[in-house]
Design a protein around this ligand. Sequence first.
Ligand code: NAP
Length: 310
Amino acid sequence: MTAIDVAIVGVGKIARDQHLPSIEKSDYFRLAATVSRHTTVNGVANFATIDELLSARPEIGAVSLCMPPQARFDAAWQALSAGRHVMLEKPPGASVAEVQALVRLARDKGVALFATWHSRHAHAVPQAKALLAERTIQSVEIVWKEDVRRWHPGQEWIWQPGGLGVFDPGINALSILTEIVPHPVHVSSATLEFPENRAAPIAADIRFADHLGTPIRAEFDWRQTGPQSWNIDIATAEGHVRLSSGGAVLDVDGQRVAEGPDGEYDGLYRHFAALVAERRVDVDLAPLVHVADAFMLGKRVPAPAFHDDG
Ligand code: NAP
């Protein structure tokens, strides 16, 4: 198999924590270049802009965009226009319509476009999905609470419009919800807490509805210190299903049925390789639509000012 040359664009936390190690292990991809304004990766050519990369290195067939969502559309548009396959970190964009425009462009150009949802590749998510396909869901309760100072130190973009605030991790829970619940659900109401000095919410309480009247609720909070919570509890007519640790662990009626290592990004790159081989588009906007709807329907309430240094 000939590995595809890929470039990473935006060398920040997620690029270093996950993308570089997964590409290093991958049989499908070879890291050929980076685009970064502030850093380099040992032994790999770096370009200051994606423009420079695209014109200097026509043999690089794919780019993986790891910058914040507000900067992603322009880079994706340029790469697709230049006939390159594109992988988008989550959330795929800062608005729904911009991602729809990318989908059209990718189809026109006949290249692969992959809007990744890494949490869907967490170890126990496929098993939870299979289980719920056979059961009657009675309620869903999502609790996604983490310490923003621990996971996003100094990240200014995350508090700016388009950065999503607490929906940046919360959208991971929504990507699991929309994967494992077999029918469509929609946001019916939300309360969003905005720190008085920030343009994005620090906490959100979201209610969903469906055609069956199933109670579905999600609580997101960035002020959680101590143990962190990334749990989804699903009551079903056949018993209790719990996904925890962000989807890595599955318990059914209190019994552990699945627990596995973190292979989320390895899974993403495997899937991207399959999309590239078929020049296919895989863009599921459902999690981003829920976030947009929560912003549209949500009641905004003030919260105390947030400062990184506490
Ligand atoms: P980050 O540490 O702030 O890194 C983002 C990088 O993007 C920056 O280092 C910068 O790299 C580049 N960049 C390009 N345009 C930028 C702009 N206008 N503002 C700021 N940076 C810009 O962020 P991150 O945590 O890696 O998150 C990036 C994306 O990955 C987000 O969409 C996030 O939701 C997603 N993600 C993050 C995590 C996580 O654990 N942090 C997990 C899963 C997904 P250069 O200076 O190299 O250009």
